[in-house]
Design a protein around this ligand. Structure first.
Ligand SMILES: [Zn+2]
Length: 219
């Protein structure tokens, strides 16, 4: 059994839905579609949903959000309708209104966007033990905080490289907000850009499914 919940709303009031599985065990959050032009993350999240609707095999309390940036995803745009990069808008200590490229527009103030207000509220109210954020770019398993058990399984099953630094500063990102500042480990899973739904279902879904078994041991 699972529950569908209204996790929050977008800048224009569109619903952001979450799918909740499991009643006991560590709390885990999976986000797809943080960047609306990275559909591979949506494919993977929906592939996990497809499996778990039939059978959820873990002792975990899972919240799965297939499409966090619902507006960006609908129009294949990285940012939300307010033209803010949601992964640069979280209220980290190093948040700044300055940005190097238009694609990284962080918003007028930290946590200005309703999508992130909902996310921050949820993180404050839930004792989350692991966050997995699904993106696409150059293939990489990017870790923030202690998530090596899961990341190592993902690395083995995908051949992707592991890295604890994505290569440039990311103020306002989920990795910084949770992994660096709150001791909540975050895996930013970068699937190969422009890869297929088939690859998501046959490569990434199994890798993540296997890795999540080790999350059951988190305390
Ligand atoms: Zn991304």
């Amino acid at each position: 059994m699972f529950k569908v919940r209204l996790f929050g709303t977008s800048s224009q009031g569109l619903p952001i839905l979450s799918y909740c599985f499991g009643q006991k065990g560590p709390v885990v959050l999976i986000l797809g579609g943080v960047h609306g032009d990275e559909p591979e993350g949506n494919y993977i999240a929906l592939g996990l949903l497809k499996k778990w609707i039939q059978h959820f095999p873990y002792q975990l309390q899972m919240t799965l959000i297939p499409c966090f940036n619902i507006e960006g995803s609908l129009i294949a745009q990285r940012k939300n309708q307010n033209k803010v990069d949601l992964n640069r808008n979280l209220p980290t200590k190093n948040w700044t209104s300055e940005f190097t490229k238009e694609r990284y527009q962080p918003g007028k103030t930290a946590c200005s966007e309703p999508e992130n207000k909902a996310l921050v509220k949820w993180i404050q109210e839930n004792s989350v033990k692991l966050i997995l954020s699904l993106h696409s770019w150059n293939p990489m398993i990017n870790t923030n905080g202690n998530c090596l058990p899961e990341a190592e399984i993902m690395r083995k099953m995908t051949g992707y490289k592991l890295s604890d630094y994505i290569g440039y500063p990311t103020p306002g990102s989920l990795g910084d907000y949770c992994g660096q500042e709150r001791d909540i480990p975050v895996i930013t899973y970068e699937a190969q850009k422009d890869s297929s739904i088939q690859e998501a279902l046959t490569k990434h879904v199994p890798a993540i499914e296997k890795a999540l078994f080790s999350s059951q041991k988190r305390v």
